[in-house]
Unconditional design. Structure first.
Length: 360
């Protein structure tokens, strides 16, 4: 919660499994290492994981303490990942997300991973929406099978039945990873053209571009400008407010100029990154005056910051923030926060609420 009492929504959180036992793809260790190095580059030093904290199978208990005791996050949307061709459990397991939501039903929503190449992919969508009450689905633009990187663009035949079923079931949103290409997958798989095609074909579905503005900025802002069902999810990107502020200023400024402030959502990227680093940096952030004047970027007002940090996500998830506020008042985390505020220990120091580190 901010000093203004506005609620903070972390629109992507994960329980990663960065252990050696979870590696499957020949480049999976490289992926883990690059994720750690990205955290070193994007976060202030005091928020970078100790290595023995990062390289572990992160638990649900660790994630909830990270979110609700070490940061100002009040509500989160857990994304499981469909990467079982790279990691045995997909890197971010579904069951952890359901456990997190079961433990914190008034503070957690969930997007479930779907691999369109699974024979029962459409049936999975129906099951998880109808029987497990997920709000959205999470897709990746590339897979790895039989030694080959495969394209899974939103406009391809293999993916269309999944989107058709999602639209039929009034799924809130489809999250699609658009970022730095991983392992050996070609850059073209991660570009934005398929998002525009899908947004046109399925006007009643919302499409969240995950890591929006970190890569392919111009394509992203033009897609947002042309399609009201395309959202920018700032996982990783918003951390540049602390460590690469001019790059972040350009990314945010272009989004605000072309699409306005109502379809941009904050994500801290737990547990790969620490959400509080980005929350603090963004609360203090302003686009430099010379960049605003030269590009017609708007001022980043407190109202815009509150929209990005929470209000937009609640609207996307069809959640009433006033009701959420009532539901979480007096719960376990609210009480622990109040106790820690009285002793000056909230938010807790980064990674301090984790279990005693063990070597992976």
């Amino acid at each position: 919660m901010l000093e203004s009492d506005a609620l903070v929504v972390d629109s992507v959180s994960h329980c990663f499994n960065h252990t050696e036992d979870n590696l499957k793809h020949p480049h999976a260790q490289r992926w883990n290492d690059e994720t750690f190095e990205l955290g070193e580059q994007l976060q202030p030093d005091e928020y970078v994981h100790p290595k023995d904290v990062f390289y572990r199978d992160h638990s649900v208990e660790e994630l909830e303490r990270l979110l609700f005791l070490e940061s100002q996050v009040d509500y989160t949307n857990y994304h499981s990942l469909p990467l079982d061709d790279y990691f045995h459990d997909g890197l971010v397991a579904r069951d952890k997300g359901f456990e997190l939501r079961d433990r914190n039903p008034n503070r957690v929503s969930m997007y479930v991973d779907i691999n369109p190449l699974d024979d029962d992919a459409v049936e999975q969508v129906e099951y998880y929406v109808k029987e497990r009450d997920v709000e959205g689905i999470k897709l990746y633009p590339s897979r790895y099978q039989n030694g080959q990187d495969l394209s899974l663009q939103l406009n391809e035949d293999a993916v269309r039945p999944v989107l058709e079923k999602a639209a039929e079931l009034d799924v809130t949103s489809v999250g699609i990873h658009k970022f730095i290409p991983f392992a050996t997958a070609p850059v073209r798989y991660f570009r934005m053209g398929d998002v525009e095609d899908a947004a046109n074909a399925f006007p009643d579905l919302n499409f969240e571009v995950i890591h929006a503005g970190f890569s392919f900025l111009e394509e992203t802002v033009f897609a947002m400008a042309s399609h009201e069902n395309v959202y920018a999810n700032l996982e990783n990107t918003i951390h540049m407010a602390a460590t690469r502020p001019r790059k972040f200023a350009r990314s945010l400024g272009e989004m605000l100029y072309w699409a306005g402030p109502d379809r941009i959502v904050f994500s801290g990227g737990s547990t790969a990154l620490h959400p509080q680093a980005a929350i603090e940096a963004f609360q203090d952030f302003q686009i430099p005056e010379e960049m605003r004047a030269g590009n017609d970027y708007p001022e980043v007002t407190d109202e815009i910051k509150e929209k990005i940090l929470g209000r937009n996500a609640f609207r996307l998830l069809d959640k009433d923030p006033d009701q959420v506020r009532k539901d979480i008042q007096g719960d376990k985390w609210d009480k622990l926060r109040q106790e820690r505020k009285e002793s000056g220990e909230y938010p807790a120091e980064p990674w301090s609420t984790y279990e005693t580190p063990t070597q992976a």
